[in-house]
Each structure stands twice: as C-alpha cells, then as structure tokens.
Design a protein around this ligand. Structure first.
Ligand code: SF4
Length: 381
C-alpha cells in the first residue's frame, strides 16, 4: 500500500480533530530542511544556489525536534539539500520516529547504500528517493551520469533490508507522457517501491534552468495523457498521494492551494509563505501562522503562484477535501481519473498582484543578522 493504513487513519483523525476544534489553518506535513548543501546541482533546483556560508549551515538535532514539536504535524518530510549529508541525520530521524510521526526522508540516493546501517526499518520511516524518470531522463535532469544506477542499487538494497521506499518524481516539459508511464511501470513492477510521489516542477526564482517548467494547462494535459496510457496498458500504479490530488493534476478539480498545510522550517527560520516561495521568515511556527498574509498568495492572487500545481501546496487541499467529501473521493478512486472532456474551471489571473523580487535582499538581511548574532555571542563569551 502506498500510504500505510495506520498513517491514513492517524492523519484522518488529526484533520477531524482540528475541524471539531474549529481551527481554520493547521499543518499536515512539516517540511524540515536541516541543510541546503547537496551532492548534486540539478538545473531545476531552487535550493542550492547559495553562498558557502549558507550552504554550510545546519539545523541541530535539537532545533529539528523542537520544530517537530512546535508544529505538531503528523507527517514530517525531510528534503534539503541532501539530508544524508547531515552528520546527525540518524538522530533527527530517530527522534521523529520516537514521537510516532511519519518521516519521509527525501534523498537523491547517492549516499543511501553507505548510510543505510544508520537507520532501522519502521512503518514510520520511508525513504523517498528522487528519480526524474528512467536512466537517460533522470541522469539528464540531475546533470550527472551514473546517478540513476546508483539510486536504483540503493533502493534494491533498502527494500531487501525491509525499509519502506518511495520514489519522488518531478516532471518538466521535456518528459513525454510515454516516458513518464514507462517510468511508473518500472517503479512499480521492477523495483517494487511502496509508492510514487509525483509533481510538476516549480519555477523557482533561483533555479538555473527557467525554461522547462510546465504551465497549468500543459500539466493537466500531460497527466491526462499519462493516465490514458496507463489505462490502455492496464498499469496499476500506486501513488503516495491522495486520489483527489491526482484528479486535480488531471484537470478535474478546481483547487486553491493550502500553503500553511506544509510549513517549512530551514536554516533561516520558518519560511513565509510556503516551501516554494521564500518571501520572509518567522522565528516560530506560531509567528508564521499569525503574521503571514495568506490571502496575498496562491494562484490568482500572486504572479509567482500563477503556474503552481505542486503537491506541497495542493495535496493538503485534496486531503482536506477527501476527509470532508469521502464519497466524492471514493467515486474517483473506483471510476479512475477522467481523461476526456472539459477541464475544471481555471482560477482567473487578472487580479493577481505582480511578483516582488525580495529574495536577494532578504538573504542579505538574514546573513547580516546571523553575523551580528555570532559576534554578540563571542563578545559575551
Ligand atoms: S500557489 Fe500556493 S503553494 Fe504554490 S507557490 Fe503559491 S503559495 Fe506556495
């Protein structure tokens, strides 16, 4: 099963509990980025184009676990950077598992074989290995030959030792529907992963390659084509995302994002408003929730959000919709995704506010503050 039953029950109960308490905004998945440093430099990545003093920063084990406690989300995803480069990643994961939270450790797989002995198999731990397609497409997407083979060897080893493994795939416009379908067949039938997490890429302001991100209409048409191929082949793909999120990708649901659903804690603080956009930082989770002007973000509200259909923004919307309308979700699950007919209405963009390019000045300010903090500490010592 792509998502363990215990996780589905726990997350469903958590959402119902929040609804009963009348909480309008609550987190589902904490995006915990303990470092930005990576051992790859993918052209579509918006995370690693920082100077060394930022790439060398790490969240400590205590800071990570404090973020988990502060946020309270039932699921913790650990992206990066490459989390396996963090020297204490085993302690971070063990601390989260001990709290009975579901951890998705996102990795490019290059260090997984070497570091596997640091971890213990658990229903609470899933390795989410980033693969952007079969060998040729993946190695091209990460700009390094040989990475696919190493990641696949690591996945096979992890599975043989009893670990749960997912693949995490980002689609860009040079991948055809046929190639994506071949990759899904391979992931399920050959390496037999628990599930596939899939999302269109996001046009990060700092990504070196700005040309190959999919727009919303192209994303929907691509997913319809992928699902048509899957139906024709009789493929039985297991996605580790909700049925309604996949239906949204196929253009059958009109959703607005839930940016507070996957809050991000990284070396700068709590990122405003979401994992994809860094337009400010709060010092605590509560401050993030209380001081972010949520209405000024999202497709239709902000130019930078115009093309976003990424899972960290829309999966929380789909999951909440599933809990509120289980029969609708069941009907889609039983019938399959509609791949013909009109697309669900799109959010109009005519009232969106123009993009603000605040990132460089924000990073400069954070660097100055960090330097001033370090000097104060050394004066006091
Ligand atoms: S649409 Fe929502 S999830 Fe996507 S970048 Fe904008 S605020 Fe973030």
């Amino acid at each position: 099963m792509a998502v363990p039953l215990i996780q589905q029950i726990r997350v469903g109960a958590y959402i119902l509990g929040k609804k009963l308490k009348g909480e309008a905004r609550y987190p589902l998945v904490l995006m915990l980025e303990p470092l930005f440093r990576c051992n790859l430099a993918c052209p579509g990545c918006g995370k690693i184009d920082y100077e060394d003093d930022i790439l060398n920063r790490r969240l400590s084990v205590d800071e990570c676990l404090q973020a988990v406690d502060e946020c309270g989300a039932p699921v913790v995803s650990i992206p990066g950077g490459e989390p396996l480069l963090h020297r204490e990643i085993d302690q971070i994961v063990a601390g989260i598992v001990a709290r009975k939270k579901f951890v998705y450790l996102c990795t490019n797989g290059l260090l997984l074989e070497k570091k596997l002995d640091l971890f213990k198999p658990s229903p609470y731990l899933t390795f989410s290995v980033h693969l952007d397609g079969l060998e040729a497409e993946h190695d091209r997407a990460v700009d390094q030959p040989g990475t696919f083979k190493r990641a696949i060897a690591a996945i096979r080893l992890a599975k043989s030792k009893g670990f749960r493994v997912n693949v995490n795939c980002t689609l860009f416009d040079h991948v055809t529907a046929e190639q994506a379908a071949d990759f899904f067949d391979f992931a399920i039938n050959d390496i037999d992963v628990e599930g596939i997490t899939i999302s269109p890429g996001f046009a990060y302001e700092r990504a070196p390659d700005q040309e190959h991100f999919l727009g919303r209409t192209r994303t929907k048409n691509l997913f319809r084509e992928i699902f048509r191929i899957g139906k024709k082949r009789g493929s039985r793909w297991r996605f580790s995302q909700s049925t309604l999120f996949m239906d949204f990708l196929a253009g059958n649901q009109s959703y607005r994002c839930t940016p507070w659903g996957n809050p991000t804690r990284n070396v700068f603080g709590w990122q405003k408003p979401c994992y994809l956009l860094g337009e400010g930082y709060a010092r605590s989770f509560r401050e993030l929730m209380d001081t972010t002007d949520w209405d000024s973000y999202g497709t239709g509200n902000y130019e930078k959000c115009a093309d976003c259909m990424v899972h960290c923004g829309y999966e929380p919307t789909a999951v909440t919709d599933t809990v509120s309308h289980p029969l609708k979700a069941l009907a889609v699950f039983l019938r399959g995704f509609r791949t013909e007919g009109p697309l669900a209405p799109e959010i109009p963009l005519d009232k969106q506010r123009p993009a603000e390019f605040v990132f460089e000045s924000l990073v400069e300010r954070l660097k100055r503050e960090a330097k001033a903090g370090a000097e104060t500490q050394s004066d006091a010592a």
